[in-house]
Design a protein around this ligand. Structure first.
Ligand SMILES: NC(=O)c1ccc[n+]([C@@H]2O[C@H](COP(=O)([O-])OP(=O)(O)OC[C@H]3O[C@@H](n4cnc5c(N)ncnc54)[C@H](OP(=O)(O)O)[C@@H]3O)[C@@H](O)[C@H]2O)c1
Length: 288
């Protein structure tokens, strides 16, 4: 597994496993199977509602001796409602309690809305007290990331954003490199949108190396120096997605992938009014 060093010296695996949209009753087993398959980076969020089950899968793997806690890099995130400072501190404590862990390796502000500065102060305090090893943001566009770095003493270690062949974020990546903030890709497969898994260009590239489309995409992210999170509930796909460290995409293949960029989200624009409305409604739902 390739390792990435963050701007505070903490090291993390470059490839990870995400649990978004895994049915609750399957989450603990999926996390356990992912660790068994070799994943060491596990990504959840308070708003996914499955921190408890994620913690169960992790604790089972530790209990069975597959890994130690120190081998793992566990991430969660705080949603908009918990942003005010006191609530944010409580949310961090809740995440730890619900997951049954003493510390988290990474904690992120999930969306660039709400009192992100209050949340950040709570996260910096939790980092100082060693409850969180690394802290960061998610879904911040480059201008917002730059403002956030400029107005805080402690800069984020990571920004978790959508990156996939349809939305490659090359310019954004350059800005993050300039500010020392590591890019982490969510939805590397765009959840299969625009027929990603049967795309002819990606399929053809994969055939040259005896690799699948999923493997080509993840390898492409590794070669770009981006941390990537892949999700699957199928153990055979978990194994497939992590089997990407024995080949290297050529410059020509990388150029062919670059030509696929549509430069827009395969999902939604985080700044679109209807999307912000959805976040606000979700926030009120979660607060009930
Ligand atoms: N910060 C954020 O706002 C944010 C947003 C979205 C996601 N995330 C994080 O990023 C992680 C990954 O993103 P994602 O889950 O949305 O999407 P994704 O990883 O791009 O795609 C997951 C989909 O691809 C399928 N798949 C996985 N491997 C495959 C393979 N080798 N061949 C064919 N199909 C395959 C999965 O199906 P099966 O499960 O049926 O195999 C699932 O439907 C999430 O789990 C979450 O941790 C964060």
């Amino acid at each position: 597994m390739q390792i990435i060093k963050l701007n505070n010296g903490v090291e993390m695996p470059q490839l990870g496993f995400g649990v978004y949209q895994i049915p609750l009753e399957k989450t603990a087993e999926a996390v356990y199977q992912a660790i068994k398959a070799g994943y060491r980076l596990i990504d959840t969020a308070s708003v996914y509602g499955n921190e408890k089950e994620t913690g169960e899968g992790i604790r089972r793997a530790i209990h069975e001796g597959l890994v130690t806690r120190e081998d793992l890099f566990v991430t969660s995130k705080l949603f908009i409602l918990q942003a005010p400072e006191v609530k944010a501190a409580k949310t961090i404590e809740n995440s730890l309690r619900i997951m049954g862990l003493d510390y988290l390796d990474l904690y992120l502000i999930h969306q660039p809305y709400g009192d992100i500065y209050g949340a950040w102060r709570a996260m910096v305090a939790a980092q100082k007290s060693k409850s969180l090893r690394a802290i960061g943001i998610s879904n911040f566009k480059a201008p917002k990331m730059i403002e956030f770095v400029g107005l805080n003493d402690v800069k984020p270690q990571i920004n978790q954003i959508e990156v996939n062949p349809w939305n490659q974020r090359s310019e954004d990546q350059k800005w993050h490199e300039k500010y020392g903030v590591q890019v982490e890709a969510w939805a590397p497969f765009a959840e299969g949108r625009h027929d990603l898994f049967t795309n002819s260009v990606l399929t053809k590239i994969g055939k040259q190396y005896g690799k699948t489309v999923g493997q080509v995409v993840l390898r492409w992210l590794m070669q770009r120096g981006i941390v990537a999170l892949a999700k699957s509930v199928h153990p055979e796909r978990m194994a497939e997605n992590i089997d990407i460290f024995d080949f290297e995409l050529s410059k020509e293949d990388i150029e062919k992938i670059a030509a696929l960029d549509m430069k827009e989200s395969a999902f939604f624009d985080h700044d679109a009014p209807q999307q912000v409305e959805w976040f606000m409604n979700r926030m009120l739902d979660t607060e009930k």
